[in-house]
Design a protein around this ligand. Structure first.
Ligand SMILES: Cc1ncc(COP(=O)(O)O)c(C=O)c1O
Length: 265
């Protein structure tokens, strides 16, 4: 047997997953009529203890949508210097949200409120004001470090007092839950949105969830942008590769089925 440790994303669907994909009930997701997606989003919202959750094909897209939901063009996003959102996401916060990062280095990857507070900028004549605080839990490039619960609470309380939102890149928040022996919903309770990947610690080949009040359909003025980004992404691969085979329009659905299979009950 080969154990491939290049990444925790290197997984292949099991026979049970393939069966679940083939048999999944499907519908038109644009009209909210895909029962599999609806169940997946509902279950993800329950697990995260949030009002709503949105299925997206990738973690990068989940983070991108979160930044868009919480910021205005010309703002800064505070994050840890080695954070995924800054270093490995194709500058999406600039492309899509018109924001720049304000990186803060923390040896352990775990930011503290006392480091964040002095970096928060109000509106002013020279600088970009802070729009969002982003934390990564577990922190990938710091070696999978885990945010203590009281640190998350302190950051969120401090941010909320100043009218700022906090987004958690929880690509591997289920690892944090395992390490802390606490449910995911408790870990993410203080933050406004959390993105977690089905394709990492949970073993699905593709898919991520973005959870929080802000992703409730038709609740947010930027709802249209975000849902359009997500829907477009599901259809792109269809245009790119699937047409020849005549099965292209199924790609997005297939991705969603894969994810559904592996969200823990
Ligand atoms: C911490 C973290 N956030 C976000 C992502 C992005 O996930 P995806 O590759 O699905 O876009 C990754 C991917 O490795 C990650 O490690």
């Amino acid at each position: 047997m080969i154990i491939d440790l290049r990444s925790d994303t290197v997984t292949k669907p099991t026979p049970a997953m393939r069966r679940a994909m083939a048999e999944a009930e499907v519908g038109d997701d644009v009209y909210g009529e895909d029962p599999t997606v609806n169940r997946l989003e509902q279950r993800a919202a329950e697990i995260a203890g949030k009002e709503a959750a949105l299925f997206v094909p990738t973690g990068t897209m989940g983070n991108t949508i979160a930044v868009k939901l919480h910021t205005e063009h010309g703002q800064e996003v505070i994050c840890e210097a080695r954070g995924h959102v800054l270093n490995y996401e194709l500058a999406m916060m600039a492309w899509f949200s018109g924001c720049v990062a304000r990186p803060i280095f923390a040896q352990s990857g775990i930011l503290r409120w006392e480091q964040i507070r002095p970096e928060i900028r109000p509106l002013g004549p020279h600088w970009a004001p802070t729009g969002l605080i982003e934390i990564e839990n577990t922190h990938n490039m710091a070696g999978g470090t885990v945010y203590p619960l009281d640190v998350i609470r302190e950051i969120a309380d401090g941010a909320h007092e100043l009218g700022l939102k906090v987004h958690m890149d929880g690509a591997r928040v289920f690892n944090a839950a395992e390490a802390l022996g606490r449910p995911v919903r408790e870990i993410v309770a203080p933050v406004d949105t959390v993105m977690f990947c089905l394709s990492k610690a949970l073993g699905a080949p593709v898919g991520s969830m973005l959870a929080g009040r802000a992703v409730q359909r038709h609740q947010c003025p930027r709802d249209a942008h975000c849902h359009a980004l997500r829907r477009g992404s599901c259809r792109l691969p269809a245009g790119a590769g699937g047409d020849r085979a005549g099965g292209g329009r199924r790609y997005g659905t297939r991705a969603r089925r894969l994810s559904y299979t592996y969200l823990p009950e």
